[in-house]
Each structure stands twice: as C-alpha cells, then as structure tokens.
Design a binder for this molecule. Structure first.
Ligand SMILES: NC(=O)c1ccc[n+]([C@@H]2O[C@H](COP(=O)([O-])OP(=O)(O)OC[C@H]3O[C@@H](n4cnc5c(N)ncnc54)[C@H](O)[C@@H]3O)[C@@H](O)[C@H]2O)c1
Length: 332
C-alpha cells in the first residue's frame, strides 16, 4: 500500500518532480502551495492541490490535522540569492518564520519524518571542493542563512521532540521530467540551463558569461548540475534512512561542468548556435562549487541515473521546445 505525503511548494520546479515520482509509485499526495512562483499545471492530476500561503497558521494546522502523514516534504521557499541581499528580512520572515511554524505543527500533529530542501548556499565561498557534510556553515546571503536556521530548528525538533528529518543540500537542480510532463519555469529565470536554451531558441538576445578568467580549465565557473528526477529519487530514498535517525546530505553529481560546457551541450543537442556575451565576473561567484555526495550514495544506494550533462540538457531542451511559454503553453 502506498504512503500519504504532504508536499509544500509542490507546484514549483523541484517539488513538482517529487510529486510526480510519488504518484508514479502509487502514493497519495497533497500539495500545499501559494502559486507565487509555482504553477497549477505543474501539479499532476492525481495529487490534491491546496492553494494557500504557509503564513496561514490556522490553515496549515487544519491540513496537518487531517493525517496520518508518512512524511512532510518542505520545498516552499523564496530562493533567489540576489533578492535576499536586497530584502533580508523578507527572506528571514518568509523562510524561517513559516518554516519553523510548519515544523512546530508537524511536531504537534505527530508527523514522524520531515524532509527539508536545503542548499549549497549554506557554505561560504572560501571552502575547498568537493564540499562534504563536515564543512561548517558559512552562508554568504540571507537566503543561505534562512536555510541554515531551518536546519538548526530541525536539529532541535529531533533532539527535543523526536521529529526525524533529512536536510538535503541541493547544488544546481536542472533538467526536466524524462516523460516530458514537467519542466523548469521560473519568472524571472535565474538558472543557467533554461537561460542558455532560451538564448538558443531566440527567446532572449544572448547569454552572458560572467568571467572567463577563473582558475578552471576554460576559465569559466564550474557548477555541479544534478538532474531533478534524480533529486526526486533521493527524497524517496532517505525516508527509510530516517528510521535510524536524522540525516544531512549534500546532493550533487560530484563533478562540475563549466558555463562554456553547458553552452556547448545546448548547441550540440539543440543543433543551434547560442549567442554568447562575455561579461565581467560577478562579485561573490566562487570558481568551483561541487558536492561530495558519497555519503548519501553509501547510506541509501542513491545513484544519479541521468548524471550526464547531455541527459540534463536533452530533457530540459525537449520540455522548453514543446513549452516555449512554459506552463502557460500547456494551459493553451
Ligand atoms: N532549484 C535549485 O537549483 C535549488 C538549489 C538549492 C536549493 N533549492 C531549494 O529547493 C526548493 C525548491 O526550489 P525550486 O527551484 O523548485 O523553487 P520554485 O520557486 O520553483 O518552487 C517553490 C514553490 O514554493 C511555493 N511557495 C513559495 N513560498 C510559499 C509560501 N509562503 N507558501 C506556500 N507556497 C510557497 C512557490 O509557489 C513554488 O511553487 C526551495 O526551497 C529552494 O530553496 C533549489
């Protein structure tokens, strides 16, 4: 028999892919989302969508009271690093206050397992790579700080109340549902893969490459891209792990790809030239950001199945080409 799960932010990019994976294996899913950056069409039929803001404490309480829940997955968050530097208190209030209230409600309603979408932004830019779980927190933005605070809140929720949690620090989530049902649609878009694809499709004039003088093979920044379907798989694999205690895992492919490699992959798969504009470095961009994700592999048997850059670009290209206006295309 399948389980029953609550997914906050399940109408967003990463959350919608987990919802699809849970439905595919026969679980029951309730999505709670205010649709601020997510999309109604990203919630596949089969899941129940509750359109609500996490700020609505009474409503959250009502939803959680309607248990039992096998686990709560918490994706809902503001997540643009640059915005958080302009509006730190909005990020702290939205991400930390609502997140802590959700954790508290989970404790009161005896939810046994909680999975948090955490981030590589927990770590500072001077660390050595690949970044493992022993690396101390040193967030360089209120966004990263908000996730660090939630990880600490979960530590205490376990220690005091026994709520088991998994904090999954994603590096760069990318790609799209291999079955073509879901994709990435942020407004404005800030992620490299969809931006390069849009430049190839002529939907933006070019793609800016910020800095070509980094100490990397081709001089451009190296990032760890992990396929969103593999991320969904990791979320499901950590649940049994929580029977033995709370866990924190860094989640990536374990190898980096440069900005120019991503552009070359899009040109190769899309068969079109990408207009490129070289620009100055952006302050605060580290040269290399790669996860050491051996711990989750060893503990849960997780193995990225779509680990090649071409797998990521091919699925993302397919979705974007068939949905040039994102989910608005699907709505007709
Ligand atoms: N995309 C990445 O590469 C990446 C990397 C590291 C961490 N993360 C984390 O993963 C999570 C999901 O990221 P994403 O890229 O899918 O983002 P997203 O913006 O696509 O999804 C977030 C979802 O949460 C909803 N939401 C936001 N605030 C809400 C609120 N107050 N109440 C109810 N719903 C709310 C949005 O409408 C959206 O559907 C976030 O917590 C993010 O910090 C993402």
């Amino acid at each position: 028999m399948g389980g029953r799960y609550l997914v906050t932010g399940g109408a967003g990019f990463v959350g919608s892919h987990l919802v699809a994976a849970l439905l595919d294996r026969g679980d029951e899913v309730v999505v709670l989302d205010n649709l601020s950056t997510g999309h109604r069409q990203a919630v596949l039929p089969g899941a129940k969508l509750v359109v609500a803001d996490l700020d609505d404490a009474a409503l959250i309480d009502g939803v959680l009271a309607d248990g039992p829940w096998n686990a709560v997955f918490h994706f809902a968050a503001l997540s643009i690093v640059g915005d958080s530097m302009r509006e730190p208190f909005r990020y702290i209030a939205d991400n930390v206050v609502t997140g802590v209230r959700l954790i508290d409600a989970c404790v009161r309603h005896r939810v046994a397992k909680f999975v948090l979408s955490s981030t590589a932004a927990l770590f500072g830019s001077t660390r050595s790579t690949p970044i493992d779980e022993a690396t101390p927190f040193d967030p360089e933005s209120p966004y990263g700080e908000s996730k660090a605070m939630l990880e600490r809140a979960l530590y205490w929720a376990d220690r005091v109340h026994g709520l088991r949690s998994a904090c999954l620090r994603y590096f760069n989530a990318a790609g799209a549902d291999p079955a073509g049902r879901l994709g990435e649609d942020h407004t404005p878009e800030s992620h490299l893969v969809p931006l390069v694809i849009d430049a190839a499709l002529g939907r933006r004039p070019d793609i800016a490459v910020f800095g070509a003088d980094y100490p990397t093979l081709d001089g451009t920044c190296l990032r760890d891209y992990v396929h969103v379907a593999d991320l969904a798989d990791a979320h499901m694999r950590v649940l049994p792990q929580l029977d033995g205690g709370s866990v924190r895992y860094n989640l990536g492919n374990g190898r980096g790809h440069s900005v120019l490699e991503v552009i070359a992959a899009v040109e190769r798969i899309g068969g079109r030239k990408v207009p490129v504009r070289m620009a100055a470095r952006r302050p605060g961009d580290p040269a290399v950001l790669v996860a050491a994700s051996g711990a989750i592999r060893d503990d849960t048997g997780w193995q990225p199945r779509l680990s090649g850059l071409d797998d990521i670009v091919r699925t993302a290209w397919h979705w974007r080409e068939s949905h040039p206006d994102g989910y608005r295309t699907a709505a007709g």
